[in-house]
Ligand binder design. Sequence first.
Ligand SMILES: *Cc1c(COP(=O)(O)O)cnc(C)c1O
Length: 390
Amino acid sequence: MKHTCPPIPYGRHWVDQEDITEVVNVLRSDWLTTGPRVEQFERQFAAAVSAEHAVALCNGTAALHAAMHVLGVGPGDEVLVPAMTFAATANAVLYQRATPVFVDVEPETLLIDTTDAQRKVTARTRALVAVDYAGQPCDYDALNDLARRHDLALVADACHSLGGTYRDRPVGTLADVTVFSLHPVKPITTGEGGMLTTMHASLAARAGRFRNHGIVQDLHRRQGDATWFYEQTELGHNYRLSDIQCALGISQIRKLGDWVTRRNQIAARYHQALAHHPAIEPLHVKGGVVHAYHLYVVRLTGAAGAARRESVFRALRASGIGVNVHYIPVHLHPYYRNHEGTRRGMCPAAEAAYEQILSLPVYPRMRNAEVDRVIETLLDILAEYRTFAA
Ligand SMILES: *Cc1c(COP(=O)(O)O)cnc(C)c1O
């Protein structure tokens, strides 16, 4: 079969003329980095998620690292991390010389299994990271309860779920610290970028220092008595986000509401066409949440398991459909097996899901005709596969 249609990616940014104008204005201004746009973007981002404080960082991974730092995670500490996530979630724990302890996920949602998390709490556990996998907010009432009972800090890795809500409360306000990614496939983009939100002024101030070498910015004092004066009070990094990038973010965040709505429409279209298929199981969505649908993930069920997923994946790619697999469970990566002593069998539900999952394309600019092309191609491939396997 010949395919003349352009390929459909699994995710894609949307940059329009308004975005371009905002960025070009900054290029013509006096500030390329750490000027007025950073604070403006932080204010607008905080307002968009109803958080008290927002701190812009150079990417989501740096924001995760900052989260670990401001919560005081350090050598000897353990941090509970779900196995089904991008490696950066656990890497941030290692950057602080602490130990990630992998927690299994619920098979129907691939969100952190609170029972398994509870079981893995020890005297050394310092923090718990919730990952809003695919864009679905975790059960934050249960997680906050668990965190309070064991005196743990709760971090939300909300890299997928900007624009989502849990029991009418926006993602960004549901944990002690929430972390977002602004990479082009994520809900909004600044090229590379990240954001940390919190309700605690002291944590926000500490994150602000951490992204700038650990330097205390006492601007009043600098402008008043000694313009050259600054002090480094702790060890930080250069994790800053530039004015150029923040200008793009300011323009992008205005579109967030419409884009989450569009992602939900696409998900509903997939769901209607696929949910009753005997070999397809979309992930379960719990009541009381607005799902941000960074990803639309299905499980390919039935006898052939991983072999079937592999052949369906290849056939879709060959037809120009950019499917993907999110994620290889982190504890199975060679680095973790070799350096952290993790092994297969530690998180059986995540491992089993990994053999079956497939992320279908979803991005705000995707048209219904493209969604339908994905659906038809997938159904054709499954029908062929069934005939072939029989
Ligand atoms: C994208 C992502 C990150 C890392 O964000 P970057 O901006 O790419 O550094 C971390 N965690 C999850 C769950 C992600 O999807």
